[in-house]
Design a protein around this ligand. Structure first.
Ligand code: DGL
Length: 267
């Protein structure tokens, strides 16, 4: 199974992409809803939680792990890699590569406070696109707006315009949507930033990277695919379940899914 974890349910954007780009490969998903948000926590706390999340997925039989959470990708990738013995993917590097392929000019990055504060996108873009100018902007209100389902309300557009104004004034060529939830706001973000800026969706780029990697590992690919053929089903776990989480999960994946509650950390 492909194991995917996030601080909450936003990582379902990665599951959606797996189902779009690699249908037939079962996933096991963990949303650490009890400890969400990660975006306002310290790197130490996020790393500790991320390692526990990855270990849980390993215990469920994951053969590869995707850190869907931008915050955890930014501050906990190394800790997770050290903690588990399977390949670990994160969402920052694929987004950086995609942005660098679009432009060597001006690149904006939006994310949680922790992601922007980590400076990880700037550091990696300096290597991938050394001439590029990078501008970061935290957009902490976007996550609650998406969770509230306010994807196209005038208030959301007003907030997006306010957050994105400094980036718009910089005339950025590409904008990385550096948070699990932001792909849901693509239309509004595009309107707020204007038509000359291309949006980079880390979920889409990460799954494309994962797919290429698996295609270069036929034995692993076959094993994952065989699980699908044997009828192994997708499984979705959360560390706290509420009626609203059930609603969001089904709405975001576009079909009814069953969320199973689990308690972390697991031994
Ligand atoms: N999943 C987080 C991210 O992508 C957003 C929600 C949170 O702060 O936990 O950064």
């Amino acid at each position: 199974m492909i194991g995917i974890f996030d601080s909450g349910l936003g990582g379902l954007t990665v599951v959606r992409e797996i189902q779009r780009q690699m249908p037939g490969y079962p996933v096991v998903y963990l949303g650490d809803t009890a400890r969400m948000p990660y975006g306002n926590k310290s790197p130490r706390a996020v790393a500790e939680f991320a390692v526990q999340d990855a270990r849980f997925l390993m215990a469920q039989g994951a053969k590869v792990i995707v850190i869907a959470c931008n915050t955890a990708s930014a501050v906990a990738h190394d800790a997770v890699r050290r903690a588990v013995k399977v390949p670990v993917f994160e969402v920052v590097s694929p987004a950086v590569r995609a942005a660098a392929a679009i432009t060597a000019g001006r690149i904006g990055v939006i994310g949680t406070r922790a992601t922007i504060g980590s400076g990880v996108y700037e550091k990696r873009l300096k290597i991938a696109a050394p001439k590029a100018k990078v501008f970061g902007q935290a957009c902490p209100l976007f996550v609650p707006l998406v969770e509230e389902g306010w994807l196209d309300q005038p208030e959301t557009l007003a907030i997006a315009k306010r957050y994105l104004l400094p980036l718009k004034l910089r005339k950025i060529d590409a904008l990385i949507l550096g948070c699990t939830h932001y792909p849901f706001l693509k239309p509004i973000v595009q309107r707020a930033i204007g038509p000359n800026t291309r949006l980079v969706d880390p979920a889409r780029e990460t799954v494309a990277t994962l797919k290429r990697y698996l295609e270069s590992k036929p034995a692993l690919l076959k094993e994952l695919h065989a699980a699908g053929r044997r009828g192994v089903r997708d499984r979705y776990f959360v560390s706290d379940v509420t009626p609203n989480y059930r609603l969001l999960a089904s709405r975001w994946l576009g079909r009814d899914i069953r969320l199973k509650e689990t308690h972390l950390p697991c031994s």
